[in-house]
Design a protein around this ligand. Structure first.
Ligand code: DX5
Ligand code: ZN
Length: 218
């Protein structure tokens, strides 16, 4: 089953409610919520206050992607604000295992994200501690970038690593996901597709979402 997660970084912030509705009505599985601190990535987005409003309204779970330094400082607040999945970057914390355990202890699904240049070895010794691994398919910080094709090999390697260890964690891909790139990502082993500009720029978001989900049935 392929899941689709529209990134509201590409939404119209003056009409956020309508864009959340758009994602729900299109059949999206998660709302992807990109948090940027201007330190871990060269951009600032939004925080736990807006997430609380969005999560209280949204009928689908919020998938919070924390692109922030030392995410352990904020996971409790994001959990309290209503995030269902909380994903932290392996590069952003000195104590990855501790923060993943903390996320689970708060009743959320724990995710670990890897920048394009980070090897999958970064998660080898925490394999049982997460529910989702996010392979960044662009350098994080901005929507609308082009997918870095080398990451396809990384998705394949991650899939192999999970299979070899009998684990069912989800593999999420984020950045440059479109109708053109999604088939090879799914073929490589991705099961959650984040789409920002492609989703909110689609003429027919329902058809776009359905076509991505169909890739899992092939
Ligand atoms: C990038 C963010 C992405 C971004 C994706 O740093 O993590 O979630 O919104 O945007 P698109 O789909 O436009 O590449
Ligand atoms: Zn993201």
């Amino acid at each position: 089953m392929i899941k689709v997660a529209p990134s509201i970084l590409s939404a119209d912030f003056l009409a956020l409610k309508g864009d959340v509705d758009k994602a729900i009505q299109a059949g999206a599985d998660y709302l992807h919520y990109d948090v940027m601190d201007g330190m871990f990535v060269p951009n600032i987005s939004f925080g736990q206050g807006i997430l609380k409003t969005v999560a209280a309204y949204s009928a689908i779970p919020v998938d919070a992607h924390l692109m922030i330094e030392r995410p352990e400082r904020f996971v409790e607040e994001f959990a309290a604000a209503g995030a269902r999945i909380i994903t932290v970057h392996a590069e952003a914390t000195r104590h990855l295992q501790r923060v993943l355990s903390l996320i689970r202890s708060l009743g959320c699904l724990a995710g670990v994200a890897l920048n394009p240049a980070t090897p999958i070895e970064a998660v080898r010794y925490v394999l049982g501690d997460f529910d989702l691994v996010l392979a960044m398919t662009v350098n994080p910080g901005f929507g609308g970038q082009k997918l870095i094709p080398q990451v396809l090999d990384k998705v394949r390697d991650l899939r192999k690593m999970l299979e070899e260890n009998g684990l069912s964690a989800m593999i999420e891909v984020d950045g440059g996901v479109s109708s053109a790139t999604a088939p090879s990502l799914v073929e490589a082993g991705a099961d959650v597709l984040v789409a920002g500009s492609a989703f909110f720029g689609a003429e027919d978001p329902l058809a776009f979402t359905a076509s991505l989900k169909d890739l899992g049935r092939g």
